[in-house]
Design a protein around this ligand. Structure first.
Ligand code: NAD
Length: 355
Protein backbone atom coordinates (compact mmCIF):
# COMPACT_ATOMS: atom_id res chain seq x y z
CA UNK A 1 0.00 0.00 0.00
CA UNK A 2 1.12 3.53 -0.76
CA UNK A 3 0.44 6.35 1.71
CA UNK A 4 -1.34 9.15 -0.16
CA UNK A 5 -1.79 12.80 0.86
CA UNK A 6 -4.15 15.01 -1.10
CA UNK A 7 -3.95 18.81 -0.84
CA UNK A 8 -6.38 18.91 2.13
CA UNK A 9 -4.21 16.34 3.94
CA UNK A 10 -1.08 18.45 3.31
CA UNK A 11 -2.89 21.49 4.74
CA UNK A 12 -4.00 19.40 7.76
CA UNK A 13 -0.41 18.28 8.35
CA UNK A 14 0.80 21.91 8.30
CA UNK A 15 -1.89 22.95 10.79
CA UNK A 16 -1.11 19.98 13.07
CA UNK A 17 2.64 20.72 13.13
CA UNK A 18 2.15 24.50 13.33
CA UNK A 19 3.29 26.87 10.59
CA UNK A 20 6.55 28.07 12.19
CA UNK A 21 7.71 24.55 13.08
CA UNK A 22 6.66 23.35 9.61
CA UNK A 23 8.76 26.03 7.88
CA UNK A 24 11.77 25.39 10.12
CA UNK A 25 11.65 21.65 9.49
CA UNK A 26 11.07 22.10 5.74
CA UNK A 27 14.14 24.36 5.47
CA UNK A 28 16.17 21.89 7.54
CA UNK A 29 15.06 18.94 5.34
CA UNK A 30 16.27 20.86 2.27
CA UNK A 31 19.56 21.80 3.92
CA UNK A 32 20.21 18.16 4.93
CA UNK A 33 19.71 16.98 1.36
CA UNK A 34 21.68 19.81 -0.30
CA UNK A 35 24.71 19.10 1.89
CA UNK A 36 24.75 15.42 0.83
CA UNK A 37 24.68 16.57 -2.80
CA UNK A 38 27.20 13.97 -4.02
CA UNK A 39 24.87 11.12 -2.98
CA UNK A 40 22.23 12.14 -5.54
CA UNK A 41 21.90 10.87 -9.08
CA UNK A 42 21.11 14.21 -10.80
CA UNK A 43 19.93 15.31 -14.24
CA UNK A 44 18.19 18.38 -15.71
CA UNK A 45 14.44 17.83 -15.77
CA UNK A 46 12.55 16.57 -18.81
CA UNK A 47 10.46 19.42 -20.24
CA UNK A 48 7.73 19.15 -22.89
CA UNK A 49 7.10 22.67 -24.21
CA UNK A 50 3.96 23.87 -25.97
CA UNK A 51 2.81 27.36 -27.02
CA UNK A 52 0.87 27.82 -23.74
CA UNK A 53 3.33 26.34 -21.27
CA UNK A 54 5.39 23.38 -20.21
CA UNK A 55 4.90 19.97 -18.58
CA UNK A 56 7.93 18.69 -16.69
CA UNK A 57 9.10 15.47 -15.03
CA UNK A 58 11.67 15.83 -12.25
CA UNK A 59 13.43 12.61 -11.15
CA UNK A 60 16.22 12.16 -8.59
CA UNK A 61 17.56 9.37 -6.36
CA UNK A 62 19.92 9.11 -3.39
CA UNK A 63 20.43 5.37 -3.95
CA UNK A 64 17.86 4.42 -1.31
CA UNK A 65 14.82 6.45 -2.31
CA UNK A 66 13.81 7.53 -5.81
CA UNK A 67 11.56 10.59 -6.17
CA UNK A 68 9.80 12.21 -9.07
CA UNK A 69 7.44 15.14 -9.56
CA UNK A 70 5.06 15.96 -12.37
CA UNK A 71 4.60 19.73 -12.68
CA UNK A 72 3.28 22.15 -15.27
CA UNK A 73 3.71 25.88 -15.87
CA UNK A 74 0.96 27.55 -17.92
CA UNK A 75 0.90 31.35 -17.35
CA UNK A 76 -2.37 31.73 -19.34
CA UNK A 77 -4.27 29.25 -17.16
CA UNK A 78 -5.57 31.85 -14.70
CA UNK A 79 -7.62 33.38 -17.59
CA UNK A 80 -9.40 29.99 -17.70
CA UNK A 81 -9.83 29.96 -13.91
CA UNK A 82 -7.12 27.29 -13.67
CA UNK A 83 -3.87 27.46 -11.70
CA UNK A 84 -0.57 28.29 -13.44
CA UNK A 85 1.20 25.46 -11.59
CA UNK A 86 -0.18 22.09 -10.41
CA UNK A 87 1.91 19.14 -9.33
CA UNK A 88 1.99 15.68 -7.78
CA UNK A 89 4.89 13.42 -6.88
CA UNK A 90 5.92 10.05 -5.47
CA UNK A 91 8.69 8.25 -3.62
CA UNK A 92 9.80 4.70 -4.41
CA UNK A 93 12.01 2.23 -2.56
CA UNK A 94 15.14 1.78 -4.71
CA UNK A 95 15.80 -1.75 -3.37
CA UNK A 96 12.49 -3.13 -4.69
CA UNK A 97 11.36 -0.38 -7.07
CA UNK A 98 7.98 -0.28 -5.27
CA UNK A 99 6.25 3.11 -4.81
CA UNK A 100 5.86 3.90 -1.10
CA UNK A 101 4.43 7.43 -0.90
CA UNK A 102 2.46 9.79 -3.13
CA UNK A 103 1.22 13.32 -2.61
CA UNK A 104 -0.33 16.35 -4.18
CA UNK A 105 2.61 18.68 -4.71
CA UNK A 106 0.81 21.85 -5.73
CA UNK A 107 0.99 23.04 -2.12
CA UNK A 108 4.32 21.29 -1.52
CA UNK A 109 5.87 23.03 -4.55
CA UNK A 110 4.92 26.43 -3.11
CA UNK A 111 6.30 25.40 0.29
CA UNK A 112 9.57 23.95 -0.97
CA UNK A 113 10.17 26.84 -3.41
CA UNK A 114 9.77 29.41 -0.64
CA UNK A 115 11.84 27.32 1.78
CA UNK A 116 14.65 27.01 -0.80
CA UNK A 117 14.51 30.78 -1.38
CA UNK A 118 14.93 31.33 2.35
CA UNK A 119 17.75 28.77 2.63
CA UNK A 120 19.62 30.62 -0.14
CA UNK A 121 18.82 34.08 1.28
CA UNK A 122 20.20 33.05 4.68
CA UNK A 123 23.64 32.92 3.00
CA UNK A 124 23.23 35.52 0.25
CA UNK A 125 21.23 38.40 1.76
CA UNK A 126 22.71 40.84 4.27
CA UNK A 127 21.98 39.50 7.78
CA UNK A 128 20.33 42.79 8.78
CA UNK A 129 17.76 42.61 5.92
CA UNK A 130 14.27 43.65 7.05
CA UNK A 131 12.47 44.86 3.89
CA UNK A 132 11.52 42.72 0.92
CA UNK A 133 9.97 43.79 -2.38
CA UNK A 134 7.64 41.12 -3.72
CA UNK A 135 6.79 41.45 -7.41
CA UNK A 136 4.09 39.09 -8.66
CA UNK A 137 1.30 38.35 -6.18
CA UNK A 138 -0.11 35.10 -7.55
CA UNK A 139 -0.41 31.61 -6.07
CA UNK A 140 3.21 31.36 -4.86
CA UNK A 141 3.50 34.84 -3.34
CA UNK A 142 2.04 34.33 0.16
CA UNK A 143 4.31 31.32 0.71
CA UNK A 144 7.36 33.45 -0.05
CA UNK A 145 6.16 36.22 2.29
CA UNK A 146 5.37 33.67 5.02
CA UNK A 147 8.73 31.86 4.81
CA UNK A 148 10.76 35.08 4.81
CA UNK A 149 8.78 36.33 7.80
CA UNK A 150 9.04 33.11 9.83
CA UNK A 151 12.66 32.23 9.09
CA UNK A 152 14.42 35.52 8.34
CA UNK A 153 12.25 38.02 10.22
CA UNK A 154 11.36 40.06 7.12
CA UNK A 155 8.56 42.25 8.45
CA UNK A 156 8.23 44.97 5.81
CA UNK A 157 6.92 44.16 2.35
CA UNK A 158 6.72 46.43 -0.69
CA UNK A 159 4.48 44.66 -3.17
CA UNK A 160 3.44 45.03 -6.80
CA UNK A 161 1.38 43.09 -9.34
CA UNK A 162 -0.04 44.27 -12.66
CA UNK A 163 -3.33 42.73 -11.49
CA UNK A 164 -4.99 44.81 -8.73
CA UNK A 165 -7.21 41.87 -7.72
CA UNK A 166 -4.12 39.71 -7.08
CA UNK A 167 -2.79 42.49 -4.82
CA UNK A 168 -6.17 42.65 -2.95
CA UNK A 169 -6.06 38.87 -2.44
CA UNK A 170 -2.46 39.02 -1.18
CA UNK A 171 -3.24 41.79 1.33
CA UNK A 172 -6.29 39.97 2.63
CA UNK A 173 -4.40 36.62 3.00
CA UNK A 174 -1.48 38.30 4.75
CA UNK A 175 -3.54 40.51 7.07
CA UNK A 176 -2.77 38.40 10.17
CA UNK A 177 0.92 37.71 9.42
CA UNK A 178 2.15 40.74 11.33
CA UNK A 179 4.04 42.34 8.46
CA UNK A 180 3.79 45.91 7.21
CA UNK A 181 2.59 45.82 3.60
CA UNK A 182 3.03 48.76 1.25
CA UNK A 183 1.37 48.52 -2.18
CA UNK A 184 3.49 50.12 -4.91
CA UNK A 185 2.46 51.46 -8.33
CA UNK A 186 5.23 49.60 -10.21
CA UNK A 187 8.18 47.25 -9.80
CA UNK A 188 10.71 50.11 -9.71
CA UNK A 189 9.00 51.76 -6.72
CA UNK A 190 8.68 48.41 -4.94
CA UNK A 191 12.38 47.60 -5.42
CA UNK A 192 13.53 51.05 -4.27
CA UNK A 193 15.55 50.63 -1.07
CA UNK A 194 14.49 47.01 -0.51
CA UNK A 195 17.08 44.72 1.10
CA UNK A 196 15.68 41.69 -0.75
CA UNK A 197 13.71 41.71 -4.02
CA UNK A 198 11.68 38.62 -4.90
CA UNK A 199 10.40 38.35 -8.48
CA UNK A 200 7.73 35.69 -8.90
CA UNK A 201 5.74 36.69 -11.97
CA UNK A 202 4.35 34.39 -14.66
CA UNK A 203 4.69 35.36 -18.30
CA UNK A 204 6.03 33.16 -21.08
CA UNK A 205 8.48 35.69 -22.45
CA UNK A 206 11.82 37.40 -21.85
CA UNK A 207 10.44 40.00 -19.46
CA UNK A 208 12.50 42.67 -17.70
CA UNK A 209 10.88 42.98 -14.30
CA UNK A 210 14.17 44.26 -12.80
CA UNK A 211 16.89 46.29 -14.49
CA UNK A 212 20.34 47.17 -13.15
CA UNK A 213 19.40 50.77 -12.25
CA UNK A 214 16.54 49.55 -10.01
CA UNK A 215 18.78 47.67 -7.58
CA UNK A 216 20.87 49.27 -4.84
CA UNK A 217 24.33 47.94 -3.87
CA UNK A 218 24.01 45.29 -1.17
CA UNK A 219 20.58 44.01 -2.27
CA UNK A 220 19.74 40.34 -2.68
CA UNK A 221 17.49 39.24 -5.55
CA UNK A 222 15.43 36.08 -5.20
CA UNK A 223 14.47 35.47 -8.85
CA UNK A 224 11.87 32.71 -8.93
CA UNK A 225 9.53 33.29 -11.89
CA UNK A 226 12.04 32.84 -14.76
CA UNK A 227 12.22 29.07 -15.02
CA UNK A 228 11.95 28.06 -18.67
CA UNK A 229 13.81 28.70 -21.92
CA UNK A 230 12.60 32.12 -23.17
CA UNK A 231 10.98 33.00 -19.77
CA UNK A 232 13.09 35.40 -17.68
CA UNK A 233 12.62 38.35 -15.29
CA UNK A 234 16.02 40.05 -14.88
CA UNK A 235 17.96 42.14 -17.38
CA UNK A 236 21.30 40.89 -18.67
CA UNK A 237 22.99 44.06 -17.32
CA UNK A 238 21.77 43.33 -13.83
CA UNK A 239 23.04 39.74 -14.02
CA UNK A 240 26.45 40.93 -15.20
CA UNK A 241 26.77 43.08 -12.08
CA UNK A 242 25.73 40.34 -9.68
CA UNK A 243 27.21 37.43 -7.82
CA UNK A 244 24.98 34.52 -8.91
CA UNK A 245 23.96 31.36 -7.07
CA UNK A 246 21.95 28.55 -8.71
CA UNK A 247 20.54 25.19 -7.67
CA UNK A 248 22.06 22.91 -10.35
CA UNK A 249 24.02 24.68 -13.07
CA UNK A 250 23.35 22.20 -15.95
CA UNK A 251 19.58 22.80 -15.55
CA UNK A 252 19.72 26.52 -14.72
CA UNK A 253 21.86 27.32 -17.77
CA UNK A 254 18.93 26.02 -19.87
CA UNK A 255 16.02 27.44 -17.87
CA UNK A 256 17.16 30.22 -15.52
CA UNK A 257 18.03 33.88 -15.80
CA UNK A 258 21.57 32.82 -16.77
CA UNK A 259 20.31 31.45 -20.08
CA UNK A 260 21.05 35.06 -21.15
CA UNK A 261 24.76 34.70 -20.28
CA UNK A 262 27.60 32.73 -21.91
CA UNK A 263 27.68 29.05 -20.92
CA UNK A 264 30.92 29.54 -18.96
CA UNK A 265 29.77 32.56 -16.91
CA UNK A 266 30.82 31.82 -13.31
CA UNK A 267 28.06 30.82 -10.90
CA UNK A 268 28.09 29.07 -7.52
CA UNK A 269 25.78 26.16 -6.77
CA UNK A 270 23.72 26.35 -3.57
CA UNK A 271 25.24 23.16 -2.10
CA UNK A 272 28.73 24.70 -2.47
CA UNK A 273 27.61 27.81 -0.59
CA UNK A 274 25.96 25.71 2.14
CA UNK A 275 29.12 23.63 2.52
CA UNK A 276 31.25 26.81 2.73
CA UNK A 277 33.20 25.95 -0.44
CA UNK A 278 31.88 29.08 -2.22
CA UNK A 279 31.26 32.48 -0.69
CA UNK A 280 27.60 33.41 -0.22
CA UNK A 281 27.97 37.19 -0.20
CA UNK A 282 31.45 38.49 -0.97
CA UNK A 283 30.95 42.02 0.41
CA UNK A 284 28.29 44.23 1.97
CA UNK A 285 27.98 46.08 -1.35
CA UNK A 286 27.68 43.00 -3.58
CA UNK A 287 24.43 42.43 -5.43
CA UNK A 288 23.54 38.76 -5.04
CA UNK A 289 21.07 36.78 -7.18
CA UNK A 290 19.51 33.43 -6.36
CA UNK A 291 18.48 32.24 -9.83
CA UNK A 292 15.80 29.75 -8.76
CA UNK A 293 14.24 27.38 -11.29
CA UNK A 294 13.27 24.51 -8.98
CA UNK A 295 15.39 21.35 -8.85
CA UNK A 296 14.27 17.73 -8.31
CA UNK A 297 16.26 17.43 -5.07
CA UNK A 298 13.93 20.02 -3.49
CA UNK A 299 10.94 17.82 -4.34
CA UNK A 300 12.77 14.79 -2.92
CA UNK A 301 13.21 16.74 0.35
CA UNK A 302 9.57 17.90 0.35
CA UNK A 303 8.25 14.40 -0.33
CA UNK A 304 10.38 12.66 2.31
CA UNK A 305 9.45 15.40 4.81
CA UNK A 306 5.73 14.95 4.06
CA UNK A 307 6.10 11.15 4.33
CA UNK A 308 7.66 11.58 7.80
CA UNK A 309 4.87 13.97 8.84
CA UNK A 310 2.20 11.58 7.52
CA UNK A 311 3.72 8.88 9.78
CA UNK A 312 3.98 11.24 12.77
CA UNK A 313 0.44 12.61 12.49
CA UNK A 314 -1.40 9.57 11.09
CA UNK A 315 -2.85 11.80 8.36
CA UNK A 316 -3.28 10.35 4.85
CA UNK A 317 -4.94 7.41 3.14
CA UNK A 318 -3.70 3.97 2.16
CA UNK A 319 -3.86 3.77 -1.62
CA UNK A 320 -3.75 0.56 -3.66
CA UNK A 321 -1.73 2.29 -6.39
CA UNK A 322 -0.24 -0.80 -8.04
CA UNK A 323 -1.33 -4.40 -8.52
CA UNK A 324 -0.64 -6.75 -5.59
CA UNK A 325 -1.38 -10.38 -6.53
CA UNK A 326 -1.01 -12.92 -3.67
CA UNK A 327 1.42 -14.88 -5.84
CA UNK A 328 3.85 -12.35 -7.40
CA UNK A 329 4.24 -14.61 -10.46
CA UNK A 330 0.48 -14.81 -10.98
CA UNK A 331 -0.53 -11.32 -12.13
CA UNK A 332 -3.19 -13.00 -14.31
CA UNK A 333 -5.01 -14.12 -11.15
CA UNK A 334 -6.24 -10.53 -10.75
CA UNK A 335 -8.34 -11.00 -13.90
CA UNK A 336 -10.33 -13.90 -12.48
CA UNK A 337 -13.19 -11.78 -11.13
CA UNK A 338 -13.51 -10.14 -14.58
CA UNK A 339 -13.67 -13.57 -16.20
CA UNK A 340 -16.55 -14.36 -13.88
CA UNK A 341 -18.35 -11.11 -14.67
CA UNK A 342 -20.18 -12.24 -17.86
CA UNK A 343 -21.78 -15.10 -15.90
CA UNK A 344 -23.16 -12.59 -13.37
CA UNK A 345 -24.68 -10.55 -16.24
CA UNK A 346 -26.22 -13.71 -17.70
CA UNK A 347 -27.79 -14.68 -14.38
CA UNK A 348 -29.29 -11.14 -13.97
CA UNK A 349 -30.81 -11.40 -17.44
CA UNK A 350 -32.21 -14.80 -16.55
CA UNK A 351 -33.88 -13.34 -13.49
CA UNK A 352 -35.37 -10.49 -15.53
CA UNK A 353 -36.74 -12.93 -18.13
CA UNK A 354 -38.29 -15.20 -15.56
CA UNK A 355 -40.08 -12.19 -14.01
P1 NAD B 1 0.37 32.93 -10.89
O1 NAD B 1 -0.06 32.95 -12.31
O2 NAD B 1 -0.58 32.47 -9.86
O3 NAD B 1 0.86 34.41 -10.46
C1 NAD B 1 1.73 35.18 -11.23
C2 NAD B 1 1.43 36.66 -10.96
O4 NAD B 1 2.38 37.44 -11.67
C3 NAD B 1 0.05 37.10 -11.44
O5 NAD B 1 -0.69 37.66 -10.37
C4 NAD B 1 0.36 38.12 -12.53
O6 NAD B 1 -0.59 39.16 -12.60
C5 NAD B 1 1.72 38.63 -12.10
N1 NAD B 1 2.50 39.26 -13.16
C6 NAD B 1 2.67 38.87 -14.44
N2 NAD B 1 3.47 39.74 -15.09
C7 NAD B 1 3.79 40.70 -14.20
C8 NAD B 1 4.61 41.88 -14.27
N3 NAD B 1 5.21 42.22 -15.41
N4 NAD B 1 4.74 42.63 -13.17
C9 NAD B 1 4.12 42.29 -12.00
N5 NAD B 1 3.33 41.20 -11.88
C10 NAD B 1 3.18 40.41 -12.97
O7 NAD B 1 1.72 32.07 -10.86
P2 NAD B 1 2.42 31.41 -9.59
O8 NAD B 1 1.94 30.03 -9.36
O9 NAD B 1 2.41 32.38 -8.47
O10 NAD B 1 3.90 31.26 -10.17
C11 NAD B 1 4.68 32.42 -10.38
C12 NAD B 1 5.91 32.05 -11.19
O11 NAD B 1 6.79 31.26 -10.40
C13 NAD B 1 5.63 31.26 -12.44
O12 NAD B 1 6.39 31.81 -13.50
C14 NAD B 1 6.09 29.86 -12.11
O13 NAD B 1 6.51 29.15 -13.25
C15 NAD B 1 7.25 30.16 -11.18
N6 NAD B 1 7.59 29.10 -10.23
C16 NAD B 1 8.90 28.87 -10.02
C17 NAD B 1 9.28 27.88 -9.10
C18 NAD B 1 10.73 27.65 -8.84
O14 NAD B 1 11.07 26.69 -8.17
N7 NAD B 1 11.61 28.51 -9.27
C19 NAD B 1 8.31 27.14 -8.43
C20 NAD B 1 6.96 27.43 -8.64
C21 NAD B 1 6.61 28.42 -9.55
Amino acid sequence: MVTFLNASDVAKVVRRVGPRRFWERMVEALREDFVRWERFDKSPRFASHSPGGVIELMPVSDGEIFAFKFVNGHPGNTQLCLQTVVAFGALADVATGYPIFMSDMTLATAFRTAATSVLAARHLARPDSRTMALIGLGAQSEFQAYAFREILGIDRLRVFDVDEEAADKFESNMASLGVEIRRCPDARTAALGADIVTTITADKKRATILDADMIAPGAHINAVGGDCPGKTELSRDLLLRAQICVEYAPQTRIEGEIQQLPADHPVAELHEVLAGREAGRKSRESITVFDSVGFALEDFSALRFLRDLARETGIGAALELTAAPANPKDLFSLLHPFEAAPQRVESRETVEISE
